[in-house]
Design a protein around this ligand. Structure first.
Ligand SMILES: NC(=O)c1ccc[n+]([C@@H]2O[C@H](COP(=O)([O-])OP(=O)(O)OC[C@H]3O[C@@H](n4cnc5c(N)ncnc54)[C@H](O)[C@@H]3O)[C@@H](O)[C@H]2O)c1
Length: 284
């Protein structure tokens, strides 16, 4: 008789990589990368999980890249850069509010100068007001589009000017770009726009040998994910493998797309959702 447990044991799908506990393997040796939204939000918890932007910066440096950590919060960017340096990596701090479109090209040029070139750009910054359609305001809509889409377009324009051939641009979209179940239309539609924008970047970058791709994380246990879970406590009831994803799992996807390992991957949207989008759910 089969006595296998029917409840999913989350540890079966957890590995040292899942928790960011693997030493670097030199996968980004010599790459020079600018990460936008490299800090992480502060939540009222003693040991908050790592966010996507911080995990990306830490992992990239561990794998041999030099990183510029840019954020609206100087404190948050500094904490990321300090964590990188504690591991022996190289990180610079830049402060920017990406709503200020005129500040974007100068930041890209400063990063290019600081790093002696630019091979990678990760556009991780993203916000959500969490307002359903009947409560959405024009102001909230414009703010989300300014941060989530407009700034990405302006960053890509500036990066394509200075990036070396072999460069790679990654936009942090979301599973929400495919599923509108979170009743959060400004966020969902702006995340869908990012997928399309990444394809446009791929088209524009082709003649320069520069690629553009997007990542669609699903339900992730990051500070942002915990904020979303507080708003909708049942959002992660049936997650695959009985757990939400980690910032490290998003960071490994970004690492692949920024490295030459993905040299023929272009205009792609990479789901990091444990299979949720195709109907994989936790065993009952
Ligand atoms: N649950 C999840 O974590 C999840 C799931 C799917 C997609 N995503 C996407 O991942 C990205 C964020 O992940 P995170 O874990 O790093 O989130 P986070 O909120 O912890 O970090 C985002 C960082 O962006 C910074 N930021 C906010 N507004 C800014 C502005 N105007 N200018 C410059 N910086 C600004 C914040 O200070 C913060 O440090 C977003 O694009 C989000 O849509 C997250």
């Amino acid at each position: 008789m089969n006595t296998a447990p029917t409840e999913t044991d989350p540890t079966r799908s957890m590995h040292p990589e899942t928790l960011g506990r693997v030493p670097g393997r030199g996968r980004l040796q010599g790459r020079r990368v600018l990460v936008i939204g490299a800090g992480q939000r502060v939540i009222p918890e003693e040991s908050p999980p790592v966010g996507n932007g911080r995990a990306i910066s830490l992992l990239f440096a561990r794998e041999g890249a030099q990183v510029v950590c840019a954020d609206i919060s100087e404190d948050a960017a500094r904490q990321t850069a300090e964590a990188v340096r504690e591991e022996g990596g190289t990180a610079f701090v830049e402060v920017i509010d990406v709503n200020d479109a005129a500040a974007i090209a100068p930041l890209v040029q400063r990063a290019h100068k600081l790093l002696g070139g630019l091979d990678g750009l990760v556009l991780n910054v993203g916000i959500s007001h969490g307002l359903p359609l009947d409560q959405l305001t024009v102001e909230a809509w414009d703010k989300e589009y300014s941060v989530n889409v407009r700034s990405h377009m302006v960053f890509a324009q500036a990066a394509l000017e200075v990036m070396a051939p072999g460069g790679s641009i990654v936009l942090m979209s979301s599973l929400a770009s495919l599923r509108n179940s979170s009743r959060n239309p400004a966020y969902e539609s702006s995340k869908a726009a990012q997928v399309s924008l990444a394809r446009s970047i791929a088209v524009a970058g082709e003649s320069k040998g520069i690629r553009g791709n997007s990542i669609q994380p699903g339900l992730m246990d990051t500070p942002m994910g915990r904020d979303a879970t507080r708003r909708r406590p049942n959002r992660a009831m049936a997650v695959p493998f009985g757990r939400q994803g980690t910032g490290w799992e998003v960071a490994y996807a970004a690492l692949y797309l920024i490295s030459h390992e993905s040299s023929y991957v272009n205009g792609h949207a990479l789901l990091i959702d444990g299979g949720l989008a195709i109907g994989v759910t936790r065993a009952a």
